[in-house]
Design a protein around this ligand. Sequence first.
Ligand code: FAD
Length: 575
Amino acid sequence: MLQHDVIIVGGGLAGCRAALEIKKKNPNFDVGLVAKTHPIRSHSVAAQGGIAASLKNVDPEDNWEAHAFDTVKGSDYLADQDAVEILTKEAPDVIIELEHLGVLFSRLEDGRIAQRAFGGHSHKRTCYAADKTGHAILHELVNNLRRNGVTIYDEWYVMNLIFEENQAKGIVMYHIETGHLEIVQTKAVMFATGGYGRVFNTTSNDFASTGDGLAMTAAVGLPLEDMEFVQFHPTGLFPVGVLISEAVRGEGAYLRNSDGDRFMEKYAPKQMELAPRDITSRAITLEIRAGRGIHPDGSAGGNFVHLDLTHMGKEKIMERVPFCWEEAYRLVGVDAINEPMPVRPTAHYSMGGIPVNTDGRVRCNSTELTEGFFAAGECACVSVHGANRLGSNSLLECVVYGQRVGGKIADYIGDRLFPEINEQQYLDEAKNRIGQLLNQSGNLRIHNLRQQFQDAMSDHCGVFRTEATMAAGLEQIQHLKDQYNHLFLDDKDIHWNTELIEALELQSILKVGEAILTSAYHRKESRGAHSREDFPTRDDQTYLAHTLSFCNDTGVTIEYMPVVINRFEPKERKY
Ligand SMILES: Cc1cc2nc3c(=O)[nH]c(=O)nc-3n(C[C@H](O)[C@H](O)[C@H](O)COP(=O)(O)OP(=O)(O)OC[C@H]3O[C@@H](n4cnc5c(N)ncnc54)[C@H](O)[C@@H]3O)c2cc1C
């Protein structure tokens, strides 16, 4: 059995920032960090547009209160305002700290960090490194991990959380290269396992964003929070779903329908293309439904709209958003200097996640906390994004809360002892699970079941939802869940068995999908990204509350938890 004072699962921005902070607080702490990918291949590396902070380099009128207000309004008043205050107040300092770590931000003429406009933000406050911001930050963090003596387990898949008597005691992990199983005994487990875009059939997320951390948390009987709030990013490149960053609109690109009209005029006359993502995604979906989408041959009635950069000019496009230009050119052969890009909404971000307090401590219900279990980043719900996240607030959350939770873990483990673990029991369970998957005699292939499930989630719980579609969806996914035992794996080897990993990930997708659909079914209102056609208005009387979903053998049960409102009273949201 391996031992570490702390084990962090996830090598993205949140996990790496936390690991560094623990080491900074006490270099003698033994910190392990596990990732199923290499850390620098975590989805954070794909973040393009930037990271928000009221540095006032471009807009001297900006301040943290304005950033906090924009965030709460963007969240449709579901964000916890104490958590938002921490996020926005600490933002300028964490950016300076990243710079001191070596992150190369883009610059203004006078040498200060440049800042651009982003959807839902009332000031130009998004710092960036061209359109490769996540890449710039993650590489520096990972370099610093090595320098600070964090033990890295890359390409190990964490299968289980060891959680007994309300306490996290360790994890079970599987070495993808060799098939070797290990138990890690620890004083604190931190999950920073990222999002779950792969629950849907069209997503901007990488293949590893399968919600494993959430599924492992749910598997030990702990709740998940606000799972119905899934962000659909307005501009996924058609047909692949890959992201065209909001930075492109931040730099001045237009959205046009088949008539060539800038249709956002109808939906958000003031903010236009820079309205928040939920509003813009709904607008695009409605234009497509009304027959003003575009076909690949340019005629009306198709499945996408146009993102038009042609008026911006080659120089600006190549200086500010070169990667987006390249993506469209490489993936769909569109040269955005001369022609518009085809785009439509794509599943992008999970506002919900593992419920935590502002110290990153995981909740076991609406009033109590677990011991030894922490989470931060996209897998956690603290909740700073409420019902809808503003662009460039997620990288910020990972860094602010990664750092903060790392510090809290260092304080927490100070005088704690290693817990007792029955190593053999957990090893046997994991071996049996793998053995069963390898040996079962079904005839269903993983990609087949996964595709059916992703299609069901996209069809029944997408940008718009109704009771009838979701009821049908719930029935369908029950049936698909039952099919899991009929999977057949072609690869029986223990070395580099990526099919086995996909089978384990599929189990996460199934669990997380059910929590999303059930939470959405029960919330009979429209708020932020959760848009019910049968309940089109927000209902603060009943639903100004966080959803807690508990997955158990018989299904998912729902409870609600109060929202922290201490600064901004809920108002109608207009842009
Ligand atoms: C294309 C794209 C562009 C984006 N652009 C922006 C942007 O410009 N600004 C912004 O603020 N946000 C942006 N976001 C969102 C933001 O990038 C993410 O929310 C954030 O990076 C998540 O970081 P994280 O540390 O929580 O998780 P991730 O970076 O997703 O890392 C998760 C880690 O967990 C590990 N892991 C998961 N499951 C297991 C397991 N079972 N066993 C072992 N390891 C596991 C993975 O290997 C990985 O290391 C973007 C997202 C996408 C998809």
